[in-house]
Write a protein of this length. Structure first.
Length: 279
């Protein structure tokens, strides 16, 4: 596994509008730390009923800043949540940004993958406020990743069948653990072009954190790569052994999330997308 360690100046330049409180609220509701609706506390997001409740909640949250939104029902109990943020120019080009929202049974799924869901949500809101977007952006919260990437496979096939002109796909999975405090991430199977974009943005912002590369294909970016789309996964240091010890356990709770780390990486990914959308 290759690694680039960016040793430059302060990370304060990456700060835009903080997503911290928004992400805390979202993760709290998705994990049963607080009620998602009425008095309903989520034990997990594994069964069909809880997954649909989550999907409808996320769909409602997207209403504020997406141009279009819908549930992509790909089978009787499977629903991806999709939001469209239109480009500011005339183009048929799309960028996909996504994260899975389901969890394993009896697991609150705070790190896996309420953190990824929260990052995507905050980046999506930021994207909607940009004055210049040279690509349309599809925001997707995938169902049933934990059952074999079922939701992302269905969505990848959908956009393949529709013949969408997809610039790139970016999926987020687990970004809430940073025990050594170095704010390191891993880019999973990046193309040369996408790798260069992520690295250049970090350099231009004078950030100081390690960016590793891995060949992990066990999450949603694989579904798109298998159909010929340019794709990359972003995660905490999974291969580099700085990853949550609560993986797929009942202890994967709200209290274990490193929100400072999540907020830092969220701000970084916002800047990556600003760069992507300006070109």
């Amino acid at each position: 596994m290759a690694c680039l360690f960016i040793l430059l100046a302060s990370s304060c330049q990456v700060a835009q509008i903080s997503s911290l409180s928004e992400q805390q609220n979202l993760i709290s509701k998705l994990t049963g730390h607080s009620a998602i609706s009425g008095n309903t506390l989520m034990k997990d997001r594994a069964g069909a009923e809880n997954r649909l409740l989550t999907a409808n909640y996320l769909l409602g949250e997207l209403e504020e800043f997406t141009d279009e939104r819908y549930l992509h029902n790909y089978r009787s109990n499977g629903d991806n949540v999709v939001g469209l943020i239109k480009s500011t120019i005339t183009t048929d080009s799309y960028i996909v940004l996504g994260a899975h929202f389901d969890s394993t049974p009896n697991c609150p799924g705070a790190n896996d993958n309420a953190t990824g869901t929260a990052l995507v949500f905050s980046v999506a809101r930021y994207i909607s406020q940009l004055n210049s977007r040279n690509h349309n952006v599809l925001i997707v919260f995938f169902d049933e990743e934990e059952k074999g990437l079922v939701g992302s496979k269905a969505f990848a096939q959908k956009i393949k069948d529709e013949g969408l002109n997809v610039h790139s796909v970016h999926t987020i999975d687990q970004l809430g653990w940073d025990e050594d405090g170095d704010k390191g991430i891993e880019l999973e199977m990046p193309t040369k072009e996408l790798q260069a974009t992520y690295i250049d943005v970090a350099k231009n912002l004078n950030l100081e954190f390690p960016i590793h590369y891995s060949k992990v294909t066990s999450t949603d970016h694989r579904s798109f790569r298998n159909l010929g789309f340019q794709a990359v996964g972003i995660t905490e240091e999974y291969v580099n052994k700085d990853t949550t010890p609560h993986y797929h356990k009942a202890t994967d709770t709200y209290e274990t999330v490193n929100f400072e780390y999540l907020d830092f990486i969220t701000s970084y990914v916002k800047e990556v997308f600003k760069e992507l959308l300006e070109n």
